[in-house]
Design a binder for this molecule. Structure first.
Ligand code: PMP
Length: 288
């Protein structure tokens, strides 16, 4: 069976899946999304992902298009149809279709829902052995980075700049010269005294679900942690660095711009945290 997508109530072949030209997501980026990782056939941290989805929607005054239980059913049905055991379920909800006008439509529109899946290959052995490079650039995003909006142009430009520099990610820098986060991942460092540091979550970053899961694991394992701003300078002098996201899990960073991090190899604590996170994913069971 060809890969299926779910579009506004119907399963349809992925290649033919389409939305209306006046969907406000298409015209104004008036919508939000979530990417739920699938590992061993299990949706990882589905509840926190749906919590964040509902929060993003609330902030933009968009209704949930269907109940949470129904969203879960569709995720599972898509995984079944697409034989997905490792990858993602992508969900996008927009304010719906209305004649183009910036303000919210006066006649309430039905929010539009699209769900797709994608297979993901295991991370490359080279990336894990050598670690990855990040570049740094100005954070030119808006003041509501806590909303997982489909309006991603600064992130797109940042990731393109990273790709052109042969880097995996771009870490963004705010007006105080602190690193906020990557374009699609949260940023972390480990200091000389083995303290794990990541920026506190407020409207300046997207509070990653992987970030939150790892914070819990760090606490359980008894590592020292600080949630606070850290500067580019501090990051360049750090002993270790890494990124977290639903697709990268915990990925060691061994170069920031043209400078190696620590001894230039993936950090010991970083790799321990990666193992801990993967063990956590392996421990998950299908709910119910
Ligand atoms: N920050 C940004 C800007 C992102 O796009 C992502 C990926 N969704 C993350 C952080 C990491 O979030 P998560 O761990 O939920 O994938």
């Amino acid at each position: 069976m060809p890969r299926q997508a779910y579009v506004n109530g119907r399963y349809t072949p992925h290649n033919d899946a389409a939305v209306h030209i006046e969907d406000r997501g298409y015209q104004f980026a008036d919508g939000v999304y979530e990417v739920v990782p699938v590992y061993n056939g299990i949706l990882v941290d589905e509840e926190p992902h749906l919590d964040r989805l509902e929060r993003s929607l609330r902030e933009l005054q968009i209704e949930m298009p269907m109940s949470r239980a129904a969203m879960k059913l569709v995720s599972r049905e898509l995984m079944r149809r697409n034989n997905l055991s490792r990858g993602f379920v992508y969900m996008q909800i927009t304010r719906g279709v209305a004649p183009r006008d910036h303000k919210f439509p006066t006649k309430p529109t039905a929010p539009a829902l699209v769900m797709t899946t994608r297979q993901m290959k295991p991370h490359s052995a080279e990336a894990l052995e050598k670690g990855v490079k990040v570049i740094t650039l100005r954070d030119i995003r808006w003041e509501r980075c806590d909303i997982k909006s489909v309006s991603l142009l600064p992130n797109v430009l940042g990731k393109q700049a990273a790709a052109e520099a042969g880097a995996y990610e771009a870490w963004q820098i705010d007006d105080e010269d602190n690193i906020t986060e990557g374009t699609s991942a949260n940023a972390w460092i480990v200091t000389d005294s083995d303290t794990v540091v990541t920026r506190h979550a407020n409207n300046g970053i997207l509070n990653g679900i992987t970030r939150m899961a790892l914070l819990d694991l760090i606490e359980k394992e008894g590592f020292t942690l600080e949630e606070r701003p850290f500067s580019v300078e501090e990051a360049r002098a750090a002993r270790e660095a890494f990124v977290t996201s639903s697709s990268s899990f915990v990925m060691p960073v061994t170069q920031i711009d043209d400078k190696p991090v620590g001894n230039g190899h993936p950090g010991l604590l970083t790799m321990k945290l990666r193992e801990t996170y993967i063990a956590y994913m392996n421990s998950l069971k299908e709910a119910g």
